[in-house]
Write a protein that binds this ligand. Sequence first.
Ligand code: AMP
Ligand code: TRP
Length: 328
Amino acid sequence: MKTILSGMQPSGQLHIGNYLGALKNWAALQNSGKYMCWFMIADLHAMTVNYDARAIGERTKNLALDYLACGIDPDHSTIFIQSHILEHTYLSWIFANLVPIAELKRMHQFKEKTASGEEAAMNTGLFTYPILMAADILIYKGDTVPVGEDQKQHVEITCDIARKFNNAFGKTFPEPELLLTPTPRVMSLTEPMNKMSKSKGEKNYIALSDSPETIKKKLLSAVTDTSPGETMGAGVTNLFTLLKAFAKDDATHRELLNTYNAKTLQYQELKETLAREIIATLAPIQEKRREFESRPEIVAEVLFEGTKKARALAQATLAEVKEKVGLK
Ligand code: AMP
Ligand code: TRP
């Protein structure tokens, strides 16, 4: 059986990009019964930007609620907290010695900071973040990593690290592969050339917790400009992508696309239909989240048991690694 390992940072509210790019897919993969699934709350990674010691506990709990509400089922998947398993950071130190600085400098995240002149102020945690991510994955011998497109490079570097370790110390780790969803890159509603992201202001994303009124309002003001000569602008393309992902049946999507091709589509109709579909998808998720929220003892138990189970496997892998690298 293949092993899936994925995670998200507890850095605030989730949006529909996180849902379509990751969570929805995680639940489907779990339900396929073909994988052993580990889903982590990456609180150590959340320390790399805008860290708030007073908020992290609450955010971790909120992310656990989101996982559960979106269908991650503790009877079939292990949900756990990264920072509670010290073996991740130990393994990341061993891995750090296999990674040339030049390789980390090739990461998009680093390049973006350098391009915007922020390199000097960038902390070392953000720089070495992909190494910790490799440890997160490989300590569970994860071979399949379902994440959005923005995480592709991190999975590639994980593969390099696994290969290097195996070559140097003997076959220990699988070389994991990235598993993208059909919607690996959801775009911003206000700047559709960029990906939907929490950092670009409330109007650019739809949060999983948004009310029906807010969802309608945000969609009605979504950018739909198409430049002359362009067949379909990035904003409209994104709305159609969202419709395809959220509509219960593909007929709605096809019908509106035909209207668009016949040049008779009113964007308002597209936006209102999309709003209805998103609201219908999010309603049961929000309802389930409220139920779990009213039973905090269940969430605490899920995290406690999940973390215990993850720790046992992490400890076994680290013992094997220490033996192989001569630290026994
Ligand atoms: P983040 O919130 O950036 O930590 O991302 C958590 C997960 O959601 C990762 O698997 C990302 O790849 C995915 N994700 C984030 N933003 C988007 C987006 N706009 N479109 C698709 N997937 C996304
Ligand atoms: N870096 C990922 C993100 O920002 C979160 C993450 C940390 C992760 N460790 C991981 C994802 C291991 C997959 C596997 O979304």
